[in-house]
Design a protein around this ligand. Sequence first.
Ligand code: SAM
Length: 215
Amino acid sequence: MRAYYDQRAAEYDEWYLRRGHFAMRPHTERWHAEVALLRERVAQFGHGRLLEIAAGTGWWTEHLAPRAKVTTVDYAPAMLAQLQSRLRRHGLHAESIRADAYALPLALATFDCGFAGFWLSHVPYARLHEFLSGVRRMLRRGGQVMIIDSARTEPEHQPGVEYFQERILNDGSQHQVLKIWHTPQTLTSTLAPLGRVEEAWETGMFFVGAIVTVE
Ligand SMILES: C[S@@+](CC[C@H](N)C(=O)[O-])C[C@H]1O[C@@H](n2cnc3c(N)ncnc32)[C@H](O)[C@@H]1O
């Protein structure tokens, strides 16, 4: 999966923008409206030192960096290069560290907030404890974490269940990626080991999110 995302970095934002392969997908207007709703939520979140895990091209960093001192972590160098160039274009700043989300090489309990976009749905249940306990160690007690991710959009998607999704990149290469569709309920139960789930919501069709206070 790490190699897949490194290869996908230059075309990743086509998913948000509904361009390229994604231009043919249905409900485009609704998609853009829900991306805008998510953006409003994200732009209101965070303060102090914020850790963004698996930050990708920085699509969300752009909306976190105006309020917080952000440290971004991602394993794919090409993603971090996209992220830094986005921030430069917007006159923003965030530190970037190439690291594994399961082994965060950062000082303990130094972050006030955490954020991860479209990452949790790629964390296999066998590694969930490893991931969540790593995040817990990075945050101060009482710190808040926002998680946003993909909602179940098709009836055949079983929420909360792992499966391998086939992904095709613009060069025609095919990849199998572990994916879990979420509802506010499955997100709440998945995040419960991290602390108190303050709210879990959905934007309508495409996205879900939650805020957890670390205990
Ligand atoms: C679906 S993308 C999400 C990117 C971004 N957070 C967003 O919401 O647009 C998943 C990201 O996880 C990164 N990634 C994959 N495996 C990782 C790992 N073990 N540690 C850190 N990042 C990883 C990928 O490089 C990619 O940027």
